[in-house]
Design a protein around this ligand. Sequence first.
Ligand SMILES: Nc1nc2c(ncn2[C@@H]2O[C@H](COP(=O)(O)OP(=O)(O)OP(=O)(O)O)[C@@H](O)[C@H]2O)c(=O)[nH]1
Ligand SMILES: [Mg+2]
Ligand SMILES: [Zn+2]
Length: 294
Amino acid sequence: MVVSVDRGRWGCVLGGDPDRPVVTMRARELGRTPIVVGDRVDVVGDLSGKPDTLARIVRVSERSTVLRRTADDTDPYERIVVANAQQLLIVVALADPPPRTGFVERALVAAYVGGLRPILCLTKSDLASPEEFAASFADLDVPVVVAGRDDSLDSVADMLAGELTALIGHSGVGKSTLVNRLVPEADRAVGVVSGVGKGRHTSTQSVALHLPTTGWVIDTPGIRSFGLAHISPEDVVAAFSDLAEAVDDCPRGCTHLGPPADPECALDELEGKSARRVGAVRHLLEAISANEAW
Ligand SMILES: Nc1nc2c(ncn2[C@@H]2O[C@H](COP(=O)(O)OP(=O)(O)OP(=O)(O)O)[C@@H](O)[C@H]2O)c(=O)[nH]1
Ligand SMILES: [Mg+2]
Ligand SMILES: [Zn+2]
């Protein structure tokens, strides 16, 4: 598994064992194939892991999940942020920097489309209370954990055990602070809050860290914008099995937003919990088409 990426060198662990690290390069025959943290790869050459040895990645396995984003909504170039993560921990500070629903909506969509289970993780609970912000996402059934520096991390640790979980969030929300509490030997640099859009990210590369029990967390650099140029309403709906089945009955070209745009959308036939989810998913679709990339 690839655990780090830095200027043409990929850190890997053999057999997924954190105690068997090797440094690798990309074999020439792979060309510019993207290789990201979380990728499962085949490596050849010197696998001793001794200093100054360099193995070669010769194959990248098919990915079970892919978290993608573009720089903004018009950017055709998608980057793969993380591969094979089962969960996405969307880290949001309750204050400093102030929380933005737009960012969470976009991260949720990226998770659903990429096959990751989203979890909303709220930090800096010593500065503001979580109830109001958490309630905005209730109908999507997204688990919410509060993980401020004074809160116990027991429930977060339970959710992460045995899984590969990527953390994502704006710069300064406290991702590395959280990772350092979860993985005491991680020693991730922690910075000051520089204000959204002002740049200056403390963490500049993604790194996977093994949890003290089992499982891995991936600390990622803070991101300024979460472009979703590659995503259609169809992709989002497909992530919810009850909704995906219903839209088979939609008229051709339906955008599933409901009346007035789509008066005959089959999602309007759903009832109960599914109907509430339709409302929440439509809200997401409207939000990502309306708000800015961040
Ligand atoms: N008050 C308060 N401050 C916190 C909390 N968690 C983190 N901080 C502070 O927020 C600042 C930024 O924390 P980092 O962990 O570096 O943030 P990050 O998300 O890793 O930032 P990037 O690496 O730039 O993406 C630091 O000064 C932390 O001490 C918290 O729960 N409460
Ligand atoms: Mg950081
Ligand atoms: Zn429809």
